[in-house]
Design a protein around this ligand. Structure first.
Ligand code: GDP
Ligand code: MG
Length: 441
């Protein structure tokens, strides 16, 4: 998806005249990409209309920030689509809340119930699990196993076949035990059968949940909207959790679920394990959805860190696959010029975690300066080379001597270069607009 959107924007920025036709072509391309990401057709169409309203053709024609304007507009629209306008019910620690989970069989309800309980337990809550799934054989065993592993109290029965009765009993019991988060797991049949919905409605009536969470398998594709809507019609869904985001899920279904339930996504399931559970955060999710996680961040950072007049040249070199020692030197210079290390941490890809760990800004700065001193002893040939074999033993010894450092220091600096070259090497093949109009990127 990221690829096709980048491509659409790229074509757009290459077009000399940005007229309505060019904009439409670009939007069509993006539409296709979003549909492929399982975003519902109607939502995509609405978004297209909105973007056309937002993006001012005159701004585009002026040649400034074409891609950025459109990219930003798409990003903002998607963020808006994920925000139903009101937050979901938020349970309060120490005060009893009843949370009911609904969703089709296999969507991940039982797993997610435990994750949700475990997440809160770690934060000092007193959660409890109630198994109101009497439909599926083994449902209680599964919940029991999960709960035991997480040391969370649970309630259920092998004998009783009435889920409404079990749910009511379980909630009563845990209220008496002063649990502050009573979680009711329900059964989910294969299809959205009437019997399932009736049972769900009755459990909801008997337990009076403060919040009903709709659990959705993230990989169900275009079916998401109808499925979410069907549940919303029967019980008052107040929040969504999208599971299996670790697999093939493209994420577009989350937008459908929000649109259909008018409720926010609150967590994502990212694996089968108890702690593979993330608080939902709109912006990173949309970045991932657009596949621009690394990429647009990368571009933004270059704009922030690299002085304007150097940007075209740098981009040109990177697009040719030349991340040389000299480029590393220049980026070090830029970083040092920007002042306190803390502020520039993670500004450029690869320059953060290892080279400049948080909390070690002073050491990082010293290290960067040390690397630069060694590079001052390098020849132009060495600085401009992209041949890793060039740096032989005698050159390394010469640099060490010249800079008054140890051979191992030079080796360390070269390792750092190799690491960064690998990361920055991803820029290879990037198309640079004629005239180096960086604002178009
Ligand atoms: P339920 O029928 O709705 O209760 O669904 P279950 O909780 O039993 O989950 C169905 C299957 O999906 C199980 O094999 C789970 O391990 C798996 N599952 C649930 N959540 C996730 C997730 O976030 N990622 C992955 N990879 N698997 C999950
Ligand atoms: Mg289950």
């Amino acid at each position: 998806l990221g690829g096709s959107i980048s491509r659409a924007l790229q074509q757009m920025s290459n077009a000399t005249i940005i007229d309505e036709k060019a904009l439409n072509e670009c939007l069509n391309e993006i539409t296709r990409a979003l549909l492929q990401a399982d975003v519902q057709f109607k939502l995509v169409r609405d978004m297209q209309t909105n973007i056309k309203k937002i993006v001012n053709l005159e701004d585009l024609a002026a040649g400034h920030n074409k891609r950025r304007i459109i990219q930003q507009a798409i990003f903002n629209e998607l963020c808006k689509m994920l925000d139903p306008g009101k937050p979901s019910f938020t349970p309060k620690k120490g005060k009893t809340s009843i949370i009911m989970f609904v969703g089709l069989q296999g969507s991940g309800k039982t797993t997610t119930c435990t994750k949700y309980a475990y997440y809160h337990q770690k934060k000092g809550w007193k959660p409890a699990l109630v198994c109101a799934d009497t439909f599926r054989a083994g449902a209680f065993d599964q919940l029991k196993q999960n709960a035991t592993k997480a040391k969370i109290p649970f309630y259920g029965s092998y004998m009783e076949s009435d889920p409404v009765k079990i749910a009511a009993e379980g909630v009563e019991r845990f209220k008496k035990e002063n649990c502050d988060l009573i979680i009711v797991d329900t059964s989910g049949r294969h299809k959205q059968e009437a019997a399932l919905f009736e049972e769900m409605r009755q459990v909801s009536e008997a337990t009076k949940p403060d919040l009903i969470i709709f659990v959705m398998d993230g990989s169900i594709g275009q079916a998401a909207f109808d499925q979410a809507q069907a549940f919303k019609k029967i019980v008052s869904v107040g929040a969504v959790i999208v599971t299996k985001m670790d697999g093939h899920a493209k994420g577009g279904g989350a937008l459908s679920a929000v649109a259909a339930t008018k409720s926010p996504v609150i967590f994502l399931g990212t694996g089968e394990h108890m702690d593979e559970f993330e608080v939902f955060d709109v912006k990173p999710f949309v970045s991932r959805l657009l596949g621009m996680g690394d990429w647009s961040g990368f571009m933004d950072k270059i704009h922030e860190v690299v002085p304007m007049d150097q940007q075209p040249e740098l981009m040109q070199k990177l697009s040719e696959g030349h991340f040389t020692m000299r480029i590393m030197y220049e980026q070090f210079q830029n970083i040092l010029k920007m002042g306190p290390m803390g502020q520039v941490l993670s500004m450029l890809p690869g320059f953060s975690a290892e080279l400049m760990p948080k909390g070690h800004e002073k050491e990082s700065q010293a290290k960067v300066k040390r690397y630069m001193t060694m590079m001052d002893s390098m020849t132009n040939e060495e600085l401009d080379s992209t041949n890793p074999k060039l740096m032989n033993e005698s050159r390394i010894m010469r640099i060490a001597r010249g800079s008054g450092r140890q051979v191992r220091d030079v080796m360390e600096m070269l390792e750092e270069y190799k690491r960064l070259a690998k990361i920055w090497g991803k820029m290879k093949g990037l198309k640079i607009p004629k005239g180096g109009d960086m604002s178009a990127l």
